[in-house]
Design a protein around this ligand. Structure first.
Ligand code: RAT
Ligand code: ZN
Length: 418
């Protein structure tokens, strides 16, 4: 029959968990943020918040402006239109819109006034370095993993020049072109002095390996990462899989770096939306099952885009200890789906996963992405502790603290160390 707990006990547990989750600093393991040394690549401020690609997709449904005309507007004009259409003409109830409100509110701005000019004025008075610190403190995020692409022409020279690293930021090496577009990637590697050929022969494999060794060392990459289309197959005989097995996985294994896979994205389903035009698709996770089984000596991180794949992914993680699942990615990063996924993951995996990453592209977004997710993680965890209490197990405050710190980065760090 169990021991039903009182409403008061339930409220006490919830309050303890909420406090622990709010107070625990987060390691945000996947973002598109940059440390301040990257200058303009580090986005922040109200106009950047408003032109976030999640918002662009929404405004172009509300406005009859043609896509090209929207893109011809300046950034402040786009931001102004988004404010008008999504905040003034309709209530901002979508997750991306609510995020802007939470963020401004937590920064101390009076959102009720609906005064974009005043908000812009406030941001114009902030200094980037101090603002980064303020946002990280407000969001209680202590470490941020960037997405660093050696193929990015703006980012690469910054690494080449060198700079003093900001200890709050760690690098994540993003290698999509290497696995998904070898003809283009091979041209770049050749230009950088690696003796690679268009056809993936042994020499090419060892040169790709040399490139990865050099690049990971240069940026001190925490892990390597790729996003993959729904039809990724393994085993398979193609350039991408040859490079994956010949160079990427051996590099990851020998250097002790996990390999992060993000399956399910279909790039440019509506090319007119530019960056906002990517879609999604269900994956056959059998390919990943094969990969995990074939490479037990490698450690893998995974998050999947389709809601329909989430249960299967949990089961995969139960079967393979070399897999750590993380985050509610992109279209799943909305409260209803986060709640469902977090509950299911906890029920199937206990505390051995990382429930969330922010995917923030604009510094200030850390505030809302973590505020909103913290509330859900607290709720789910408190429910689980209440269920346990009804079964006869009482968690202690130090145990709560330990569990929360695992969920907000501790389990990930342990997994990375191996
Ligand atoms: O969530 C996003 O911002 C997407 O545009 C993607 O960047 C995705 O997160 C990715 O890393 O591919
Ligand atoms: Zn991302």
């Amino acid at each position: 029959m169990g021991n039903p707990i009182t409403e008061l006990r339930r409220r006490t547990i919830s309050a303890q968990v909420k406090r622990a989750v709010d107070q625990a600093p987060v390691f945000d393991i996947h973002t598109h943020l940059y440390e301040p040394a990257f200058g303009e690549l580090l986005l922040w401020g109200i106009d950047e918040l408003l032109v976030y690609h999640y918002m662009v997709a929404e405004v172009l449904r509300q406005s009859d402006l043609s896509y090209p005309k929207f893109w011809a507007l300046s950034k402040p004009q786009q931001a102004g239109l988004i404010w008008e259409k999504l905040f003034i003409e309709h209530s901002p109830v979508s997750e991306a819109c609510r995020g802007v409100i939470t963020t401004l509110n937590r920064l101390g701005l009076d959102v009720k006034r609906r005064d974009l000019r005043a908000v812009r004025k406030w941001f114009a008075a902030q200094k980037p370095a101090a603002h980064v610190t303020r946002v990280m403190e407000t969001a209680n995020v202590h470490r941020i993993c960037m997405t660093n692409s050696p193929f990015d022409e703006v980012e690469r020279p910054v690494w080449e020049r060198g700079f003093d690293r900001d200890k709050r930021f760690v690098a994540g090496s993003r290698i999509d072109p290497l696995l998904l577009d070898w003809p283009a990637a091979s041209k770049k590697l050749s230009a950088w002095g690696y003796k690679v050929a268009r056809n993936v022969n042994d020499r090419t494999i060892s040169e790709v390996r040399r490139f990865l060794d050099d690049w990971s060392a240069k940026i001190d990459a925490r892990y390597l990462m790729v996003s993959l289309p729904p039809d990724f197959a393994f085993p398979a005989k193609n350039d991408g899989v040859r490079i994956l097995e010949g160079a990427v996985l051996p590099h990851c294994r020998d250097s002790g770096r996990p390999f992060a896979m993000m399956p399910g994205v279909r790039r440019a389903v509506n090319p007119l939306l530019l960056m906002a035009g990517d879609g999604m698709g269900r994956c056959d996770l059998r390919a990943y099952e094969n990969l995990l089984a074939a490479h037990p000596e490698n450690r893998f991180l995974m998050t999947v885009l389709a809601r329909e794949n989430q249960h299967e992914l949990c089961v995969l993680a139960r079967k393979f200890r070399n897999l750590h699942i993380f985050g509610c990615w992109w279209f799943t990063n909305v409260p209803s789906v986060i709640e469902e996924m977090t509950r299911m993951r906890m029920e199937l995996l206990g505390l051995g996963f990382t429930p969330q990453h922010s995917d923030a592209r604009v510094m200030d977004q850390l505030i809302y992405k973590w505020d909103h997710s913290r509330a859900i993680i607290s709720r789910v965890l408190a429910d689980k502790y209440c269920d346990l209490a009804e079964s006869g197990w009482e968690v202690t405050p130090p145990e709560i603290k330990r569990d929360v710190s695992d969920l907000l980065g501790g389990a990930f760090e342990r997994f990375c160390k191996g």
